[in-house]
Write a protein that binds this ligand. Sequence first.
Ligand SMILES: [Ca+2]
Length: 302
Amino acid sequence: MGYLQVFTNAIVVALMAMYVYENQRRTGDVLARLDRIEKELGIDIFSESKERKKIHMIYDLIEDMQKLMSTRAGKEELNKVQNQQKADIRKLVEIEDYQIAGTRKLADIENQQIKNNDKGVTYIRWGKTQCDGLNTETIYSGQVGGGHYTHSGASVNYICLPNHPDVAQPLKSHDYYGYLYGSEYEVYDFNKPQGIRSGIAQHDVACAACLAKGKISSIMIPGRKTCYNGWTKEYEGILMAGYHSHAAASEFACVDRDTEAMAGGSNNENGKLFYPVKTVCGSLKCPPYAADTEVLCVVCSK
Ligand SMILES: [Ca+2]
């Protein structure tokens, strides 16, 4: 039996009990008066009336209730129902408490999700001024910087320098420093991978710092243009690096295939350089790789 049904039964019993004690005398009086009026008038005016039948039915019901309530079993039954009712109310209060706690927990989770959606994982998109991954925002646009390709002690890595740097103070005239240069595409028609635009040689390389919101991991996968299952593609491109026999070491970077350059940067001024990467089989297993091919790359987030 459901809580609601038990609760309803309890209310019905209680109401009936009240009805018994409060209306017994009045109902009896009404019937007596009806009988007296009929006798005095010598007619049977209420015998067929619905009201009279109703009154008799109620009276019979009250009599039954009286009998039931006067017995020990009836009182016990009433007590049982009342106790059950108390237990049900306690249970209902408990359920309401659980519901309130559950609602609070849900609100906490929703708030945390909103906060998490503002957070994410960062990566650099080489060769583009903006980020355009799904739910990815551009933190800043910039130009690529690095060491000079002729310097044997040059820094290895490419860095993405924002277009709006804070003011810096001058240094003394000396050469006890590491050097920071800009960067250029060394991509000509004779070494250009398919799909890379023509005429970008010597152009200064653009970059963008990206925030993939709601993600906690990012990975650059060389050799693929698609992500593995469960990962979201941020961008795809061509693997580039420094020239193989230059004095300066370099690193591999995934440069967007739809390359962009810095405005007004087409002069040949060198610095850190980007050359397309070509496969060399041997220790590099072919298959699955093939000799003398470009190397695809993709940046994925999760
Ligand atoms: Ca240039």
